[in-house]
Design a protein around this ligand. Structure first.
Ligand SMILES: [Mg+2]
Length: 125
């Protein structure tokens, strides 16, 4: 039994595991990581196809729908990644993700401020 399945095993009085938890318990973290790679690749292809259709004046609605499907797939897999332990029982992977989210969001906010100032100074010239 892996650390993950022990961690996610339902305790008496605990809520039923979520669908995400059940997916990890059923197939394991390593197999789900393989699936994440596949789903990310499918999303990349779907975005490229959508952009190509737009650029060439093609029928983009089907490509848009495909892209939505792949975003859903990747989102489901990301939710599972947030529940993984990834060989560190004492240190949930979600903690690392949250730390990076905070840092990246603050950085994005700074970049938006810089872009806003640059736009304003450009408009004054
Ligand atoms: Mg897919």
């Amino acid at each position: 039994m892996t650390i993950m399945s022990k961690t996610l095993r339902q305790q008496p009085g605990q809520e039923k595991p979520s669908i995400y938890e059940r997916a990890i318990m059923t197939w394991g973290e390593n197999l789900q990581l393989e699936l994440i790679v596949e789903e990310c690749a499918e999303l990349i292809r779907a975005i490229q196809k959508y952009k190509r259709k737009l650029a060439t004046g093609g029928l983009y609605l089907e490509a848009r729908e495909d892209m939505a499907e792949e975003v859903a797939d990747v989102s489901l897999m990301i939710e599972q990644m947030k529940l993984m332990r990834l060989n560190d029982a004492a240190h949930p992977f979600k903690d690392d993700i949250n730390r990076w989210m905070e840092y990246k969001l603050a950085r994005l906010e700074e970049r938006l401020e810089i872009a806003k100032r640059e736009k304003e100074s450009g408009e004054k010239k």
